[in-house]
Design a protein around this ligand. Structure first.
Ligand SMILES: CC(=O)CC(=O)C(=O)O
Ligand code: MG
Length: 223
């Protein structure tokens, strides 16, 4: 198979591209963590080694006792660019994915209090579970879709992307002003309220309306 033929956007997680995450993009979540409502997007990165797919477990790092789920809409970039105007931003979207931004909340709190970056809290292996690729046509308006997440059949998060402070086109334009977006990059757009801790053997299920669902088990890292 030629290199060209092996690069299928519906398997974007295999491409080794950037995962750019937006934090505090829902006022109700910023409030539950006692964070200020941001005036500009709060950004951080995960490496491609953070990806995990259904069938493999989410691993709790040895150094945390408070691993949280954050359900988020992911935007898959189909056409790269720098300084993309908001008016053209949607032309750069190939599709979407349902994502979890797994967060070691105790480590994040410690980093925040020391003024340190969140890398240990956000970027560890398996910190980015993703669903199958959702073609762009299946979500005509990314500003109007509902997301939910259950832990052991109990609903923990339920929100709508209409609650986002910064819209998908705004985020694409804002990010591309200083990080060149490339085909296969993923943008995580932030989480609504309801984040909570998960334990070893928990079953996580999440979905976007009747468009996609996914499930993961939680396991402890063994070394
Ligand atoms: C406080 C956070 O962890 C920010 C974040 O990731 C979010 O989705 O909001
Ligand atoms: Mg998040």
């Amino acid at each position: 198979m030629s290199l060209q033929a092996s690069r299928n956007i519906s398997r974007f997680w295999e491409w080794g591209r950037k995962i750019i995450c937006v934090g505090r993009n829902y006022a109700d979540h910023a409030k539950e963590l006692k964070n200020a409502i941001p005036k500009e997007p709060v950004l951080f990165l995960k490496p491609p080694t953070a990806y995990v797919r259904e069938g493999s477990p989410i691993l709790v790092p040895l150094y945390t006792t408070n691993l949280h789920h954050e359900v988020e809409l992911g935007v898959v970039i189909g056409k790269g660019g720098t300084a993309i105007p908001q008016s053209a931003a949607m032309e750069h979207v190939a599709g979407y994915a349902l994502c979890l931004d797994m967060t070691a909340r105790d480590i994040q709190d410690e980093c925040k209090s020391k003024g340190l970056p969140w890398t240990m809290a956000k970027a560890f292996n398996t910190s980015c579970p993703v669903s199958e690729f959702i073609p762009k046509e299946r979500i005509p308006d990314p500003g109007k879709v509902s997301l939910w997440l259950k832990v052991n059949d109990q609903l923990r998060q339920s929100g709508c992307t209409s609650q986002m402070i910064f819209s998908v086109p705004y985020l694409i334009s804002y990010i591309s002003d200083f990080i060149t977006l490339e085909e296969g990059d993923l943008i995580l757009t932030g989480t609504p309220k309801g984040v909570s801790a998960v334990q070893e053997h928990d079953e996580l299920q999440a979905g976007i309306e009747d468009i996609v669902t996914m499930s993961f088990t939680v396991d402890r890292q063994d070394h």
